[in-house]
Design a protein around this ligand. Structure first.
Ligand SMILES: Nc1ncnc2c1ncn2[C@@H]1O[C@H](COP(=O)(O)OP(=O)(O)OP(=O)(O)O)[C@@H](O)[C@H]1O
Ligand SMILES: [Mg+2]
Length: 328
């Protein structure tokens, strides 16, 4: 997996300082949004990142793109360590590494027409040499995502959610990127529109060889679009594997409960399956459990789980699991 990796994180950490006022006293506490997350994505493939709300998925994406300065660990892009690169040295990577955002309503500048939203980065990155070329390229990009010429001079508020997401995709596409973080790109859209956006992403991957980090809490969509899948819980990666291996041979008790809630089409298989309901809430990342982050909700917890954080261990063929119970 690692040889052809275009993107690799090694023990990536992102901690936020949170100011709290307890008992009238102000203090700063650390919120461990992402804690020692390691995975790699091969060129031209899609790595799906799943987990409940607040487990750190967006933060992983933003730390990779250096929208946050990582607290620890490394981000390696195409063999180069970009973690501590200056903004100047990172400039060419800004073009190669793009993001499609969760919320198409807030991710586009409302004061700019589409011609500017897509055209300005083309000029900034010197991908066009004059205004005529720029206008041609904007038109071409708009067509690629299924919009029309008369959309070019309109403003974001004149579009539907699905159309806005197409503009966001065209903006990312304009940079001729290699790697795109798709952060819940369809969750704000109607079901009928979701499939269209997924089709566009798949078609472009085929045409241009894009590599995606696809963040979602929709496990059916992740199964459909991903080649490899990672499962996060409370800032940690608890399991990762090739998609069929993960969905067919999940080992971590958290993955098992998460996937037991996904509807399956085959009625016979659905009848034979038991839904695992997790008890209790996700603990606060300000006050995570000692040892394994999942142990407070785990049916199989052992005494060691309260003492040691389990390491991600390869159980064969690149299927990694972080669970003491599995490994004893
Ligand atoms: N800029 C920030 N400052 C402080 N805390 C943050 C910041 N961004 C995220 N967090 C916290 O970090 C944790 C992880 O947040 P994140 O947005 O990465 O989760 P997520 O998995 O993307 O959730 P969702 O599925 O709801 O989008 C949460 O507890 C969140 O409150
Ligand atoms: Mg998120």
């Amino acid at each position: 997996m690692t040889d052809k990796a275009i993107l690799k994180t090694e023990n990536l950490r992102m901690f936020f300082d949170i100011r709290t006022t307890a008992l009238g006293k102000g203090s700063v506490r650390q919120l461990k949004a992402v804690n020692d997350v390691s995975f790699s994505i091969e060129k031209g493939r899609t790595f799906g990142l799943v987990g409940e709300s607040g487990c750190g998925k967006t933060t992983v994406g933003r730390a990779i793109l250096k929208l946050y300065r990582a607290t620890g660990g490394r981000v390696i892009y195409d063999g180069t360590d970009i973690t501590d690169m200056s903004e100047r040295d990172f400039f060419p990577y800004r073009r190669k590494m793009q993001m499609i955002f969760q919320d198409p309503y807030t991710s586009l500048d409302p004061r700019q027409p589409v011609s500017e939203i897509i055209g300005a980065p083309l000029t900034l990155h010197r991908l066009v040499s004059n205004n005529a070329e720029r206008a041609d390229r904007v038109r071409e990009l708009i067509h690629m995502v299924g919009l029309k010429d008369d959309h070019i001079n309109r403003y974001p508020h004149e579009f539907s959610g699905g159309q806005r997401q197409r503009i966001g995709i065209a903006r990312a596409l304009a940079m001729m990127p290699e790697f795109i973080v798709c952060d819940e790109p369809i969750s704000a859209l109607d079901v009928s529109i979701q499939a269209q956006i997924i089709n566009i992403l798949e078609e472009f991957q085929e045409r241009f060889g894009f590599t995606y980090l696809f963040i979602s809490h929709d496990l059916s969509v992740v199964r459909h679009i991903s080649h490899d899948v990672g499962v996060m819980y409370l800032g940690s990666l608890v399991e990762a594997a090739a998609v069929n291996e993960l969905y067919g041979n999940m080992k971590h008790p958290y993955t098992q409960s998460l996937l037991s809630a996904v509807p399956i089409a085959d009625p016979a298989a659905a009848r034979g399956r038991k839904r695992i309901i997790l008890e209790g809430d996700v603990p606060s990342p300000l006050d995570p459990p000692s040892g394994c982050p999942f142990r407070t909700r785990c049916r199989n917890a052992l005494p060691v789980c309260a003492q040691e954080h389990p390491n991600l261990t390869d159980i064969g063929g690149g299927h990694v699991v972080a669970c003491h119970n599995m490994l004893v």
